[in-house]
Design a protein around this ligand. Sequence first.
Ligand SMILES: Nc1ncnc2c1ncn2[C@@H]1O[C@H](COP(=O)(O)OP(=O)(O)OP(=O)(O)O)[C@@H](O)[C@H]1O
Length: 811
Amino acid sequence: MSKGKNRAASSAGKGFIDDSEDDALSEALSLDSSDFETITPPRKRQKTKAPTKSKVVRRASNKARQLLSSYTDLVDEDVSEEGSEDEFILDTSEILGIASDGDSDVPIRDLLPDPAIFEDLNAGPSRPKTAARIAANSKKRAKKAESNRRLRKFAHIRDRWDRKRAMNRDRLEEAHPKLLTMWQDLADIPVLKPVEATQPPSINRKLKSFQLEGLNWMMRQEKTQYRGGLLGDEMGMGKTIQAVSLIMSDYPARAPSLVVVPPVALMQWSNEIAEYTDGTLKVLVFHGTNSKTKNMSVRELKKYDVIIVSYNSLESMHRKETKGWTRGDDIIKEASALMAIKFHRLILDEAHSIKSRNTGVAKACFALQGDYKWCLSGTPVQNRIGEFFSLLRFLEIRPFADYFCRSCDCEQLHWALNDEHMCPACDHSGAEHVSIFNQELLNPITGDVAALRSDAMDKLHMITARMMLRRMKRDHTSSMELPPKEIVIHNEFFGEIERDFSSSIMTNTTRKFDTYVAQGVMLNNYANIFGLIMQMRQVANHPDLLLKKHSEGGQNVLVCNICDEPAEEAIRSRCHHEFCRSCIKSYIQSAGDDSPDCPRCHIALSIDLEQPDIEQDEDMVKKSSIINRIKMENWTSSSKIEMLVYDLYKLRSKKQTLKSIVFSQFTSMLQLIEWRLRRAGFNTVMLDGSMTPAQRQKSIEYFMKNADVEVFLVSLKAGGVALNLTEASRVFIVDPWWNPAAEWQSADRCHRIGQKRPCVITRLVIEDSVESRMVLLQEKKAAMISGTINNDKVAMDKLSPEDLQFLFRGT
Ligand SMILES: Nc1ncnc2c1ncn2[C@@H]1O[C@H](COP(=O)(O)OP(=O)(O)OP(=O)(O)O)[C@@H](O)[C@H]1O
């Protein structure tokens, strides 16, 4: 194994975003390519020869031709005025490091060739005029005339667009005069400045001063027209205790409050409410599959002060009530008592769970009724700015969450088209309806005009200032009594054999990818490209993850058809193929507006993303472990695993009894790590997505309560959010994820109130693998998140229009 460990201490801020140190973030964002060499061990610089003039001219003219043809393609497309329902699409060329033809991403303005290019064409020393030369010149002149003609034509088209857009906007404002004054109206709404509330007598823990401020802000925010908002404090700052204090602030209420949480946090919420209030509140943990709670009437439910339900259960109930299921020729629907209640307060914990507004989970949350509505999330935006819309919509922040019709005064919050693609409320066509969020914010922010982008960011911050409170740990470390957190990147190169294997996989996958690009079928091959990236990631962990695939094991256990791992929170498509819920979600998101095919059978994919988990036999899952498919007596470890073992040994050698959490996205990797660590004498416990909530809770308690359990092996998909694991003070992130927010969430499972020891988060990265590129991709995304949520304009300005386009639209 080659050496090379980089301490990316937060003050250095290179290569990793430490959320406790925003300076580090800004620094990381202002890195230029030479800075990256402090993360990436220096490589030989390739000397490039300065191009000759004739080459420059030829390149320029080629570029002009390309640009013109791209532009022609663009103007031929039907450009909708609506912001597209864009999802983040993985830029696979970026990930694979393959030069893509970026011209199609170039803003239209830049697509118009610079007239200087044509001057260049005619420049140069005068040469004797041969017949051929004269012919060539006259051809060039003809081309130039043709280009000018096309340019005039495009200018004309552009003018037409601009006029049409202006007319449409006039019609919209005529139908909805309030849009003329909406920003002024918003500016007139005062921004609430947090002031400390007094300690609520009904809460037995002393609230920190910033928590008392948060409580006061929440109470006053409920008296504004928004009747709620977003508490966006960073992870581990105690959003739960603030929410519980809010519930107690007007206890007893006329109706229960509903708290919606990820499944892993059901018991934690229930325990914390009981703990903070000495059992004053009557709490029901509502299980959608438990007949006792499932069959409760509205009247019975209303006897409780707080009902806690998981996002999955809520979605399932809402789906059964609205869509039902088929039995023979009939469609059976089942009314839900929970959906019928008008709650006093609705609280969405980890509210980024509804980030995709078209999912069943988001729709179920939108359908809930409550006097006051709250979102809690330390990472409200994860991939793209459009995710914020979903939160605005749940919170009913009008008019920004509304759709407006240009042809009449129709204004809809819960807007959808009917089967005839008409608005069910006004019967005008879908194309007549405009999302103000898209038009005023998303489009300019993702556009290429710097002034419009900056203006739209200011507008977005005007909204967030009036509905969101976000505090950062770095500003409250002393009141939180929070020890420091250090972020470390432990990077190594592959060992020789691994490198050979990885290079052959890399060459092979790159060739396949090139073929898709060359054939122009990249967009139709998401499944394959996804698979290619997955392979490279698996190889960076251990070649066996690829060589000893589940599909070759023949075990009777559900295997995800994307990651080839035991399916976590397994769900099934209509074509009867199983997937990890999170794998298939990312896969569908990656396809953007296209409807992807099933990655397994390649017929059109139809899958209910919010169906309940398919229950799996625990023994079967255990038997299907990768360990049972390998002759372990001859097994060779990998650089990645040995990096971890080395780090854990080092901890031990300091004679410290420190507990560690190890996160990976691959259960098989966790199984290999478990085997290796146990052989090295470490006591471990595992949590993954094939476990039931009760099994997960048992694992958590075992880790927290047994002093001799040193290492908690946790699947990022199942345990990356909501957990309080303050017994541990070391976190190892075994494999990077595209989305930095997912890593921040997992890192902060231990760095939270109650933590007494300094925390160290170590990211294990193999340098000569796809992982180092993923780290760069994360940095781009981190800049977007910082610009949106933290109001960090510096960070925003570091992103080029193409970066933004890439981040938000994925193209
Ligand atoms: N005032 C307080 N006194 C003592 N402990 C507290 C206080 N506030 C919060 N805690 C503890 O801090 C830990 C983190 O709190 P909590 O889980 O509410 O954070 P969070 O902001 O919701 O984090 P996440 O976004 O990761 O879910 C919990 O163990 C909680 O009991």
